[in-house]
Write a protein that binds this ligand. Structure first.
Ligand code: ES4
Ligand code: ZN
Length: 331
């Protein structure tokens, strides 16, 4: 059996995937045509690049929110398409990110309509193919703290059992996590689980420290700069902090020499240090990755062993925001 087939067969959870990053080229092309081609076909083609090229995808998501996604029905469709693809990779459970502020304020789709549409897809896919989805509303850190508050207020106004947490994403540089401390505090008080992108853009380790110790997140997305602070590494080891890492997308991939990126990528060191990592796809459509290849890359690029893959399974279960009974069943 090939390593790919082995990785495909592992029952997996996905804990770090952005809904807009899952839109496949065919669907994006169709949405673009419908909107009168705000993007040239060449541009659309170019969006689907290998993640190791120095091209950011974040600006595309802005275009999606402001021009291409025009109805709750579109959100329903892309969620169905994403979760159906999970099935092909034996992903049995996914907690995925959605950025409500862009959808509501730019695409002008009311929060409750958007959330209902995404959760309708979640319900239907669970019935039709057994993949379980959960929603994590993500603060767009390039937007203001006021908009983050607004997002949480919508969540509190329209609570849904399957919207289980908040996160924070988009560009880390220049948008430090302390700006959103109040929103995180209030989310925690209201029973939401917390995660945050930190240490992804080559900033010093302070952001990882801050999200862990001040925002008190339940897990960390990326978190790579943790390796630059031995005391913080020790804390994460002591406290069993889970890191959702992404082999195909980060500052390191964009800046390290292609000949040596795999040797120098912090993910390799994190595994060596015994930190609890779990491989994810982030923006699978745009980085030409899927859960199978993300897990395969952990072995092929970062020298992980089959035992490590077993540990990633356990880390995924540990990091997932499900009750202990469900975790027991998965183990
Ligand atoms: C994202 Cl920081 C980041 N990385 C990848 N995809 C994203 N979508 C929104 N923020
Ligand atoms: Zn991400």
């Amino acid at each position: 059996m090939s390593l790919q087939d082995f990785c495909r067969g592992i029952p997996k959870v996905e804990l770090h995937c952005h809904l807009y990053g899952t839109i496949c080229k065919e669907t994006l092309t169709e949405l673009n045509e419908r909107a009168g081609r705000p993007f040239t076909l060449r541009q659309v083609d170019g969006f689907y690049i290998r993640g190791d090229k120095p091209v950011g995808v974040l600006s595309i998501f802005r275009g999606l929110e402001s021009q291409l996604i025009t109805s709750a029905r579109d959100l329903y469709r892309i969620t169905c398409e994403y979760l159906e693809r999970c099935k092909l990779h034996n992903v049995v459970y996914s907690e995925f990110f959605w950025n409500p502020t862009g959808t509501v304020l730019d695409a002008k789709i009311p929060f409750q309509d958007a959330q209902d549409a995404i959760l309708k897809a979640v319900d239907e896919i669970e019935k039709s193919c057994g993949v379980v989805g959960r929603l994590v509303c993500a603060i767009d850190r390039e937007a203001s703290p006021e908009k983050a508050e607004m997002m949480l207020d919508w969540m509190l106004q329209y609570p849904a059992a399957k919207t289980i947490g908040i996160g924070i994403d988009y560009r880390e540089t220049g948008h430090p996590p302390h700006l959103f401390a109040e929103t995180f505090k209030k989310a925690k008080q209201n029973g939401y689980k917390l995660t945050a992108h930190a240490g992804e853009f080559g900033e010093p380790w302070n952001n990882v420290d801050f999200v862990l110790n001040d925002l008190q997140v339940d897990r960390i997305d990326h978190g790579y700069t943790v390796i630059d602070n031995p005391a913080l590494v020790q804390q994460c080891l002591d406290e069993n902090v889970i890191f959702t890492v992404v082999p195909t997308n980060s500052y390191y991939l964009r800046t390290l020499d292609p000949a040596e990126w795999a040797q120098k990528h912090p993910i390799r060191k994190m595994v060596q240090l015994g930190l609890k990592v779990h491989p994810n796809t982030d923006d699978p459509a745009f980085h030409l990755v899927n859960p199978t290849t993300a897990w395969t890359m952990m072995v092929e690029c970062f020298g992980c062993t089959i035992d490590d893959l077993g540990r990633f399974c356990q880390n995924g279960i540990e990091g997932a925001w499900v009750d202990s009974e469900t975790k027991q069943k998965w183990r």
